[in-house]
Design a protein around this ligand. Structure first.
Ligand code: ZN
Length: 456
């Protein structure tokens, strides 16, 4: 079996004890991690095809993104000064004009940006399916496959149009039956439940204000029948809370509980407006959270109570969220933003440490995707998804603590990124795609979308 040896670098394993080595090594055999330890790797290893001198670098588990909307790559920079509901109402009519070619271009842009910055497991929540638009889920699955990144595709849906009291316009929603049938078909066609899986499907109705109670209930039943995970947006804004109280007489978490949506097979994006009882309900049931600090700031949603969630033992990962509400599209900068934004909350300087921020983006993300036994930490037997960060350049060389350099410093360049032992980034460049070509294609598809939306 071919081996890759990385040595002479700092190592942050993000295992259960946060084991770290000031100078250590990682040995990759095939698609798995064979060993991790201090000092250099043994000299007598056989079948070593590559020995990487990691001097001046830190190796960490690959970053895991837990919430995104790839298609929004084509509508960045719009509705710049809105809160969530106004932003959605401004953008729904544009999003309703997307087609398969646009989604493929947008997915490639979103993925390239993240992978270049150390993401080895991507996730997308796609919930806009205009009639006749082509195979949109297939387009993003193809893009992730081409990029060589591990991928969870959450088949989203909306069936509660404005005429039924929902937020999206009627032309942007599917019928309940169509949404469920297409979701089941996506699972049957694409989901891989194996240890090494590069592609998994989750069931993901969009939010309480765009989905009927029936769809939520039936989606939960479908996911459990098929053994796949459940994902949605929850408790994002005060407006959503108000919507739930007015329509159902209870808050979002109680509403989710009443529809079968709390459980260790569920993770929700945002969870900003949660009281103590809500957090305890998530903890009791093992429900996970995708924390999206930049998006929550961009849309003035508020600060999620991440320190309280971690104290109660909730699984918490990080999310870029769609790039119409986080134009940078990067996950590695979210480590810093998670730490900074949470320190503006009531826990102040005790809110999050640099190690906790790194854990959110790696093991925490793997946990909310249900893949913590396979990825998320550097341990023998796990899949070889890892990143070698360059920390001896201008941006970081005077910071002694490598984890502090990675989390608090400028976005660190990626010298090498492996997904299942396969290099996807070398010296800051994508190996699996042409960035310039992706940028040109994304611009032309964004302009095509704007043109079509303006005509309708
Ligand atoms: Zn979102």
């Amino acid at each position: 079996m071919n081996r890759i040896v990385i040595e002479n670098c700092a190592v942050a394993t993000v295992d259960a004890h946060d084991t770290a080595y000031a100078s250590g090594h990682v040995v990759v055999a095939g698609n798995r991690i064979e060993s991790v330890g201090s000092g250099r790797a043994p000299e007598d290893l056989e079948d070593v095809v590559r020995r990487v001198d990691g001097t001046g670098h830190l190796v960490t588990p690959g970053l895991v993104n837990t919430h995104h909307h790839f298609y929004q790559w084509l509508t960045r920079g719009l509705a710049q000064d809105c809160k969530l509901f106004d932003w959605l109402v401004a953008l729904y009519p544009v999003w309703a004009r997307i087609d398969e070619r646009m989604v493929h271009a947008a997915a490639r842009g979103s993925l390239a940006m993240m992978v270049r910055g150390g993401v080895t497991t991507a996730m997308d929540h796609h919930y806009v399916f205009p009639r006749g638009a082509g195979d949109l889920l297939g387009a993003e699955i193809r893009a992730a496959h081409e990029m060589g990144v591990r991928f969870t595709a959450a088949r989203g849906s909306m069936d509660l149009g404005a005429s039924d009291g929902g937020l999206p316009p009627d032309f942007a929603v599917e019928t309940t039956e169509d949404a469920l049938a297409a979701t089941e078909q996506a699972i049957d066609t694409h989901h891989d439940g194996s240890f090494d899986a590069m592609l998994q499907i989750a069931v993901a109705p969009c939010s309480p204000f765009s989905v009927s109670t029936e769809l939520l209930r039936e989606a939960a039943a479908l996911a459990r029948r098929k053994g796949v995970r459940l994902h949605t947006h929850g408790s994002e804004t005060v407006e959503e809370e108000k919507f739930c109280h007015e329509r159902f007489g209870i808050g979002p978490t109680d509403y989710f509980k009443s529809t079968g949506w709390l459980g260790e097979d569920v993770w929700m994006a945002h969870c900003v407006h949660m009281n103590d009882a809500d957090i305890r309900a998530f903890a009791r049931t093992g429900t996970g959270v995708a924390h999206c600090p930049s998006s929550n700031a961009r849309l003035a949603a508020g600060i999620a109570r991440v320190p309280d969630m971690l104290a109660e033992g909730l699984p918490v990962g990080l999310g870029v969220d769609g790039t119409a509400s986080n134009e940078s599209g990067e996950l590695h900068t979210e480590l810093r933003n998670a730490l900074l934004i949470n320190r503006l909350g009531p826990h102040r300087e005790k809110a999050l440490t640099t190690r906790q921020a790194l854990r959110l983006a790696t093991y925490g993300g793997a946990h909310v995707l249900g893949r913590q036994d396979q990825i998320g930490s550097l341990e023998a037997g796990k899949l070889a998804d890892l990143v070698l960060w360059k920390l001896d350049g201008l941006g970081h060389s005077s910071i002694e603590d490598p984890v502090a350099a990675l989390v608090l410093g400028a976005a660190a360049p990626v010298t090498l990124s492996l997904v299942g032992g396969r290099p996807v980034v070398e010296s800051g460049r994508l190996l699996t795609a042409d960035e310039e070509e992706i940028a040109r294609d994304a611009r032309s598809e964004a302009r095509r979308l704007a043109r079509i939306a303006a005509q309708s």
